[in-house]
Design a protein around this ligand. Structure first.
Ligand code: HEC
Length: 104
């Protein structure tokens, strides 16, 4: 019985890890980024009104977007960014994070 519980818990962790950071679709992320984010973050994530995003890992980007989405105060201009993140589904966040990780 105990072994069974451990096996189930481990399986749960593995699938969570995969869906949180490895399930992003780069093409879908690129499309959303192009229509929603480039105005403030630049065509290649080089920064503009908002900070530079290129060079950050998918994990970093996803964590930051989840913080904005949850309404957490991050930087002094959080009020500009939070509504953007709130318009994204968890899948959008994964996709965008996967795309941004490809930007140099
Ligand atoms: C209206 C301008 C604007 C738009 C549009 C916008 N952002 Fe932002 N973004 C900002 C600003 C300003 C900040 C800094 C906010 C702060 O002070 O915390 C920011 C911060 C961020 C950060 C955190 C960067 C860091 O290193 O701390 C990420 C990630 C991010 N934006 C991603 C996105 C994505 C993805 C989109 C498109 C869905 C998007 N932004 C659309 C203005 C914008």
């Amino acid at each position: 019985m105990k072994k069974m519980i451990i096996a189930l818990a481990t399986a749960g962790l593995v699938s969570f890890g995969a869906s949180a950071f490895a399930g992003g679709n780069v093409d879908a992320g690129k499309a959303t980024f192009g229509s929603t984010c480039v105005g403030c973050h630049g065509a290649n994530g080089e920064g503009g009104v908002g900070p530079k995003l290129a060079g950050q890992s998918a994990k970093e980007i996803a964590e930051k977007l989840h913080e904005y989405k949850a309404g957490k105060q991050r930087g002094p201009m959080t009020s500009m960014m939070a509504p953007m993140a709130q318009g994204l589904s968890d899948q959008d966040i994964e996709n965008i994070a996967a795309y941004i990780a490809t930007l140099k």
